[in-house]
Design a protein around this ligand. Structure first.
Ligand code: GLN
Length: 310
């Protein structure tokens, strides 16, 4: 009779033959799913025989993965900065680079937590949920153009006991948003058509295209739209943090600087330029008040002075 050990070994070979680099860990995750055990516990049950209906189910799981369906889609769950998130809807599976962006922001705001955070294009809700946990006093807003994505993000919010804290809005980037935020984060689509065509089958064939293709010859249309819309929605000193493709830094730096932002490009752990930060000047005339904005006393007196002179 087939044992857990023999099925796992055969499964790993099949996955490797299908071109999957992470064949060993993927086989283990799938086996853990099959046996409803934790992956770390599998070694305690190597010689356990598996019933024939389980063997059939094992073959089905393997054939899905051999078709290059992402592991997280098969399991229905992705882990993002330690949070288990449902990804069984039309959303991008949150990625390790995005974890790095979120970690970078958390460090940056450690001594001065943001009072308000907006996650544009929230997808599964990955970014807003981790930032919400890191900054428990911040007001949280998450937007997405897809109502199905928002429903999933809300479900993930409820799962993390944060559903009630997040204000969910269905809109296209800033189109119907009113208000200003201390921190705006977005991991918008930014791939060019060619990059999409040459992506791994897991990404090209099984991830929502709208969450990947950024538009324009350089894939940076969505990034530009967000950057250009940001001044109206950042508080004084507020920060816009974007994930981007590694060739898009110069374009964003040029636009951001022209707009008067203090801009910075940051690298991911493998040294590629993947993050763009733009900070609004600290004295540009308004301060945040939840999701509304009011003029600061200094800005009010500057305005009075201007009115008196004109
Ligand atoms: N913000 C989500 C994430 O980073 C969705 C990103 C997207 O759909 N482009 O996973």
């Amino acid at each position: 009779m087939a044992t857990l050990r023999s099925l796992l070994a055969e499964g790993e070979i099949q996955l490797r033959q299908a071109g999957i680099d992470s064949s060993q860990s993927d086989a283990e995750w799938l086996m853990a799913e099959l046996c409803s055990r934790r992956r770390a516990e599998l070694a305690l049950h190597w010689e356990e025989p598996l019933a024939s209906d389980q063997t059939e189910h094992w073959k089905r799981l393997l054939s899905l993965r051999c078709d290059r369906i992402p592991l997280q889609r098969i399991l229905g769950t992705a882990h993002f900065c330690g949070l288990p998130l449902a990804v069984d809807g039309p959303v991008l599976i949150p990625r390790p680079e995005t974890e790095q962006l979120v970690e970078l922001i958390v460090k940056r705001f450690r001594d001065r937590p943001p009072r308000s955070i907006l996650d544009l294009g929230t997808g599964s809700g990955a970014c807003i949920l981790v930032l919400g946990k890191a900054f428990p006093t911040a007001t949280l807003t998450a937007s997405d153009i897809s109502p199905e994505a928002l429903a999933l993000a809300r479900r993930n919010g409820n799962r993390c006991q944060m559903g009630k804290r997040i204000h969910f809005i269905c809109c296209n980037w800033f189109s119907t948003l009113r208000g200003r935020w201390d921190l705006i984060i977005a991991n918008p689509p930014y791939l060019t058509d060619d990059e999409w065509l040459s992506a791994e089958p897991e990404v090209r064939d099984h991830e929502p295209k709208g969450a990947l293709l950024g538009g324009g010859r350089d894939g940076a249309d969505a990034l530009r739209t967000i950057l250009r819309g940001a001044p109206k929605h950042l508080t004084d000193g507020g920060l816009l943090a974007l994930e981007m493709g590694m060739a898009q830094g110069p374009t964003l730096l040029a636009i951001g600087r022209q707009m008067g932002f203090a801009c910075e490009v940051c690298q991911d752990l493998s040294g590629r330029e993947r993050f763009f930060l733009a900070q609004r000047a600290a004295n540009s005339g308004s301060v945040a008040c939840g999701r509304r904005s009011v003029r600061s006393p200094a800005a009010r007196s500057r305005r009075r002075e201007r009115n008196r002179r004109s």
